[in-house]
Design a protein around this ligand. Structure first.
Ligand code: ATP
Length: 242
């Protein structure tokens, strides 16, 4: 594996008195696609939020290029090349597709290192070019997800965190969106895919982590991991599928 881009070390995260993560060790290299799977409430979104600076964690618990960045503010993480496609997308629904994308261009805190432009986003998702003047609220869920991914890419991320980008979408649309993943990683951008669909997660990623109750229960090369191992890691040994 090439040099580690981002890593977490014994990451602990809390919501008030509730502890959601118990010592998570995670890493991703430049250009790698890593899937993060686990049942509802396993802690996947909490891990992304901790990386993104949306939750308070100790500096040493998150490292970017080997430097401690845990607890850095989200805008600082964006400026350092980390972007998130949040669950629920959080778009400006009254604004057009193009204006949503231009907001990211106008506020980009980074040089165009990864080379993402409006034209390249339209190349990745041609449907968005056709709908460029359409208000986002009139788009289908899948098209809105494409806008959310495009907006994140226009921040020129070295690391793109995707939180359940297939949620609630028709299989055909999910395929269309997942087809864009290799084109994105080929630019050198590393991608974390939080995904409920285990088969999809496994086929779209180089490596995979499974979480259960705030802990990593399995990690390895996606192509090497057996369904049985995933079943056990996903549900816990006592609930393993036969
Ligand atoms: P999902 O697929 O449902 O999003 P997840 O694996 O992403 O699941 P998290 O959202 O990270 O799980 O939640 C981990 C734990 O933290 C759960 O027990 C959840 O109830 C709890 N939790 C998440 N957000 C909050 C919050 N804002 N306040 C309190 N507890 C929270």
């Amino acid at each position: 594996m090439s040099a580690v881009l981002l890593s977490t070390h014994g990451l602990v995260a809390r919501y008030g008195d509730f502890q959601a993560l118990y010592g998570v060790d995670f890493e991703i290299a430049a250009g790698e696609v890593v899937a993060l799977i686990g049942a509802n409430g396993a802690g996947k979104s909490t891990l992304l939020k901790s990386i993104m600076g949306l939750l308070r964690v100790a500096p040493d618990m998150v490292r970017l290029d080997g430097r401690p960045v845990g607890g850095a503010k989200p805008h600082k993480m964006v400026a350092d090349g980390v972007a998130i496609v949040p669950e629920g997308r959080r778009l400006f629904t009254g604004m057009s597709v193009e204006d949503n994308l231009r907001v990211a261009i106008d506020h980009a805190a980074r040089p165009r290192e990864q080379g993402w432009t409006l034209e390249r986003v339209f190349g990745l998702f041609p449907m968005l070019r056709e709908k460029r003047a359409t208000p986002v609220q009139s788009l289908s869920g899948g098209q809105q997800q494409m806008v959310a991914i495009g907006r994140a890419l226009l921040n020129q991320p070295r690391l793109l965190l995707c939180d359940e980008i297939s949620l609630g979408l028709a299989p055909k649309v999910v395929r269309e969106i997942y087809q864009s993943i290799p084109s994105i990683s080929q630019t050198g951008t590393a991608i974390v895919l939080v995904e409920q669909d285990v088969g999809l997660a496994q086929s779209a990623s180089d490596r995979l982590y499974c979480m259960l109750e705030g802990r990593i229960t399995l990690t390895g090369r996606s192509s090497d991991i057996s369904r049985d191992a995933i079943g056990e890691a996903y549900f816990g040994a006592s609930h393993a599928v036969a």
